[in-house]
Design a protein around this ligand. Structure first.
Ligand SMILES: *Cc1c(COP(=O)(O)O)cnc(C)c1O
Length: 246
């Protein structure tokens, strides 16, 4: 890439980030929330190392990836950037837990007891390094991904499985349960997003409220405003920061 192209890319990413921060701020203000209570996870899947560097230079520290292999590769390329944290947000197979442990700060997609146990075992062997800790301490922050659509083939646990999965995570000293995550079905219909986000917030209330599940990971490029309105604490935004994925 020529210097001019890479300068254009930096400008694109930094403008995208600024626009998304402004959208979060405006949505928070409309709904009486403190903007600082909503954190931005920059979803960098299938985006270049250069674009991640640009976002980091603009102050972004948390990056979301969907594929274990891609995450680990990027973590190695970017290991000299202090405080850069990767979050796993895609479907996770048990045989990838060993690869990810010690390299991720959070997993947003825990959806089965067996996965929780394996992740807990691996996280105990490879705790989160100090520079990458999202929470004080070496525990791995985890979110339970809930399938709100009742389509069995979709990722996420059924709402009825929540108590068992919460208990399984609670039994793993190397994991710290932070909250719930969901991906609404459909393609950007604001009402579908609102129904999903409201349902997730209600599930949180039914299972201990903010004392037990302090965070909600919900909202993407297309529906982050609705997510902020419904109580999101982590919005996961890719396209509107980095542009279309390659
Ligand atoms: C890709 C992805 C996002 C980001 O989506 P955009 O529409 O690019 O903002 C958020 N969450 C998950 C789980 C994703 O897979």
């Amino acid at each position: 890439m020529s210097p001019a192209e890479s300068a254009g890319e930096w400008e694109q990413v930094q403008r995208g980030l600024a626009r998304v921060h402004e959208r979060i701020r405006a949505a928070a203000e409309r709904h009486g929330r403190a903007p600082a209570d909503i954190r931005l996870l920059a979803v960098s899947k299938r985006q270049s190392e250069g674009k991640i560097r640009a976002a980091y230079a603009a102050g972004q520290r948390d990056f979301g990836e969907n594929y274990a292999q891609e995450l680990v590769g990027k973590a190695a390329l970017l290991s000299e950037l202090p405080g850069l944290r990767f979050h796993m947000i895609g479907h996770l197979q048990r045989n990838k837990c060993a690869t990810l442990a010690g390299r991720v700060s959070a997993v947003h997609s825990v959806d089965s007891v067996r996965l929780a146990r394996e992740l807990g075992r691996r996280a105990a062997l490879a705790p989160v390094p100090t520079a990458q800790q999202l929470l004080p301490g070496p525990e791995l922050a985890v979110f339970i991904e809930v399938n709100l659509s009742a389509e069995p083939q979709k990722a996420g646990c059924a709402p009825t499985e929540l108590p068992e999965l919460m208990a399984a995570i609670g039994a793993e000293p190397a994991l710290r349960l932070r909250g719930l995550m969901a991906i609404p079905e459909g393609e950007g219909d604001a009402e579908a997003s609102r129904r999903a986000f409201t349902a997730l917030a209600e599930l949180r209330e039914r299972h201990g409220g903010t004392a037990i599940l302090p965070e909600l990971s919900m909202g993407m490029s297309r529906d982050l405003e609705v997510a902020v309105e419904c109580g999101s604490s982590w919005v996961r935004v890719g396209t509107d920061i980095f542009g279309a994925r390659v």
